[in-house]
Design a protein around this ligand. Structure first.
Ligand code: GDG
Length: 460
């Protein structure tokens, strides 16, 4: 049987995983355990120099092969081109995208180093599954070194509209390397359409049935694999959480008030300032909610070395302070803003207590928090999801209250409607969302992708 080789920017090592591993890490590890294989990527450590060979560790049938990144590579590849150029561009934030030649070279250099160190570990019938925007050029680099294995990539972020992508000087090289893979996976049909648009109108390629693409002398399939969450895991965790101290403390602190909850990495793509302002608008426009609702935003700090992330943190500190000062009372704090990281088991309990889940990114590949919130609800008394139409998840969770995250008024109205929604309507909407969460689970995503990758022809 073919081995599976997973390549991702960060590798979730078994020793880091105890209890904290995200669902994606768990799903990839399960796939590796069933196929046997290698998980290759960055260790998460920054050293003076990038490792000249991977460090190996073994757990059952899975070999972990990790590299430390040198300071310069980390700055240019990770903090630079990946997170200051591609991330904002792919999330339609052209104004925030920084382009420097050095960062681009660093990005290409690290992809080349990854390819050079991975290639000797490969066997002919291996299946190679690469993850995300950090490693788009990896496939092309491996092919350059003679790799003929079946190779696929899955893009966790959106794939931007052609006109946005063209702002990147090296767009041709980037899309060219995307086309070195045999299977290119997207979160939504919208993303795939943007890719097809580029293939047809910029690259002069051809798009056939079933996602078959012929371009630049290569054939590949481009398909949609909406990522999901582990089946049953959040529902069980949310039920168990009810017996925990954290759940009870939160419950007691609410003192009968309704909870509105938001959870995300602190990232400008997630629409947090706009959400805070919408909440402020809600309190202004609908004074009846004052002292009746608490909004809790969990936003663990991420990518703190990137200046745009430091700025958004300052903005949120100032906004939450302003709103609490303006509307708060001696016995009620409107916004609880927490930059701490909580274990998943605790988060599940928070979601369950949320009468309203607010997930209003300006753009998001999928957004797993929306699905986690839905799965954590009590079927007898489910909460309401307020969801941005620009999250990939909006394509599936069509019975959420969908909003335009650019319009504070629209969001405030949806919050008001959610807080007042009758049980029957809440149940009806939730049942439909839960059906989608179950159908497009993490397991289904993985199986569908790997089936397509296994079916791809060997390039020999
Ligand atoms: C990228 C794409 C796509 C958050 N706070 C805590 C915590 N989290 C967990 C959530 C959720 C995960 O982080 C965030 O996933 P999202 O999907 O919402 O967003 P990104 O991190 O931007 O992920 C996204 C995803 O990849 C998968 O393809 O959906 O569009 O941007 O699972 O629960 N987890 C813990 N403590 C926290 O405080 N333990």
């Amino acid at each position: 049987m073919a081995r599976l080789i997973v390549v991702s920017n960060r590798v979730a090592l078994p020793e880091d995983q105890a209890g904290r591993a995200g669902g994606l890490a768990v799903a990839l590890r399960e796939a590796l355990v069933s196929f046997g294989g290698i998980w290759f990527g960055w260790s998460g450590k920054v050293a003076a120099q990038t490792s000249d060979q991977p460090r190996f560790s073994q757990e059952g049938p899975v070999t972990y092969a990790v590299l430390d990144l040198g300071r310069k590579d980390h700055a240019q590849y990770y903090n630079g081109f990946a997170n200051r150029t591609l991330w904002p561009l792919f999330h339609y934030r052209m104004g925030l995208a920084e382009f420097t030649r050095q960062d681009y070279e660093g990005y290409m250099r690290v992809n080349t180093v990854f390819a050079e160190q991975l290639q000797p570990l490969l066997s002919d019938d291996d299946l190679i599954w690469v993850h995300d925007y950090h490693l788009i050029p990896l496939g092309g680099e491996l092919r350059r070194l003679g790799a003929r294995q079946r190779m696929g990539i899955f893009l966790h972020t959106p794939f931007p509209a052609m006109e946005v992508l063209l702002a990147l000087t090296h767009h041709r090289r980037l899309v060219g390397s995307l086309c070195a893979y045999d299977v290119v996976g997207f979160q939504t049909e919208n993303d795939r359409r943007s890719f097809f648009d580029y293939v047809l109108h910029e690259a002069g390629g051809w798009v056939g049935e079933n996602g078959h693409v012929t371009v630049w002398g290569r054939s590949l399939v481009a398909r949609v694999y909406p990522i999901g969450i582990e089946k049953g895991a959040f529902a069980e965790a949310a039920q168990r959480a009810q017996r925990t101290v954290a759940y009870r403390r939160l419950h007691a602190s609410l003192n009968g008030r309704k909870l509105m909850i938001g959870v995300e990495r602190l990232d400008y793509s997630k629409g947090l300032p706009e959400r805070f302002e919408a909440f402020s608008r809600l309190l202004e426009k609908h004074p009846e909610h004052r002292a009746k609702v608490s909004f809790m935003q969990v936003a663990p700090i991420s990518r703190s070395e990137v200046p745009e992330y430091r700025r958004i943190r300052e903005e949120l500190e100032s906004l939450s302070g302003k709103i609490n000062g303006q509307f708060g009372d001696y016995d009620w704090v409107p916004i609880r803003y927490l930059t701490r990281n909580f274990p998943r088991s605790v988060l599940a309990g928070f979601y369950r207590q949320g009468a309203v889940g607010v997930v209003t990114p300006m753009r998001d590949g999928m957004n797993l928090v929306a699905k986690e919130y839905v799965a954590s609800q009590n079927p007898q008394d489910p909460g309401v999801l307020v969801l941005s139409r620009f999250a990939g998840a909006a394509r599936e969770l069509t019975t959420a209250l969908q909003v335009n995250p650019f319009d504070r008024e629209d969001m405030a109205d949806a919050m008001d409607r959610a807080l007042g929604m009758a049980l029957d309507e809440r149940k009806e909407r939730w049942v439909e969302m839960m059906r989608m969460v179950d159908e497009n689970s993490l397991e289904a995503w993985r199986e569908k992708y790997l089936a397509d990758l296994s079916a791809a022809p060997f390039n020999g």
